[in-house]
Design a protein around this ligand. Structure first.
Ligand SMILES: Nc1ncnc2c1ncn2[C@@H]1O[C@H](COP(=O)(O)OP(=O)(O)OP(=O)(O)O)[C@@H](O)[C@H]1O
Ligand SMILES: O=C(O)C1=C[C@@H](O)[C@@H](O)[C@H](O)C1
Ligand SMILES: [Mg+2]
Length: 192
């Protein structure tokens, strides 16, 4: 490859542990996580998608069995990926409330946790038109703000990296994130 091409300058980041996307509803955990995995050439796992594939639509689970049951399925879906001696370097996108589980919080200690942060303005249109989130029923903007206020301290505490996703496209955010991951890994590798 010719020196100085775009590919030549791109960080050659190779993940050595799972990269986990956390953050409030609709900030882009699933789409950014999927694109990050594609670019890095690793598997992508989304806990909501796994639960839906096994147990059916999320609103139906909430309606039939309640939120507590959903949280149990969610904690199990996280543990299936992370609760092993040597977790694979996958990209894992969580549902917005998964970090509330203390077992999940502990398991995240072995991963690189990326907190995707956005203002309510960024997600307003997305949550108003989407009906698949039972906890946003009624007034979605108000509910999003209430849940985000409670959860942001938890996301912040668990995060290794915080990425503001408010004003960029998915490919731009993935490129930015890979540059940060690469810089963090270099720091880790040169630490005394
Ligand atoms: N940076 C972005 N630019 C434009 N659209 C985006 C961006 N990030 C996400 N979206 C869009 O916003 C919507 C929600 O994204 P996504 O489903 O990835 O959010 P999420 O954080 O996984 O939500 P949930 O908590 O419900 O799982 C999707 O339609 C997605 O295409
Ligand atoms: O923030 C939450 O509590 C949720 C977010 C979604 O990803 C789903 O996991 C579910 O709708 C609950
Ligand atoms: Mg998602």
């Amino acid at each position: 490859m010719a020196a100085g091409t775009e590919q030549d300058r791109a960080p050659r980041f190779v993940p050595v542990r799972p990269i986990v996307m956390v953050g409030p509803m609709a900030v882009g955990k699933s789409v950014i996580g999927a694109e990050l995995a594609r670019v890095l050439g690793v598997d992508f796992i989304d806990t909501d998608q796994r639960i839906v594939a096994k147990h059916g639509p999320i609103p139906r689970i909430f309606g039939a069995r309640g939120e507590h049951h959903f949280r149990q399925l969610e904690a199990r879906a996280v543990a299936d990926v992370l609760d092993t001696d040597k977790p694979k370097p996958v990209v894992l996108s969580l549902g917005g409330g998964a970090v509330l589980d203390t077992g999940t919080q502990q398991l995240l200690g072995r991963s690189t946790v990326v907190f995707l942060q956005a203002t309510v303005e960024t997600v307003r249109e997305r949550i108003v038109r989407n009906t698949g989130r039972p906890l946003l029923a009624g007034d979605p903007v108000k509910a999003w703000m209430r849940l985000a206020a409670v959860r942001i301290p938890v996301y912040s505490r668990l995060a290794d990296i915080t990425l503001d996703v408010s004003n960029s496209s998915v490919p731009e955010l993935v490129a930015e994130l890979i540059a940060i991951l690469d810089a963090e890994q270099r720091k880790e590798n040169t630490a005394p």
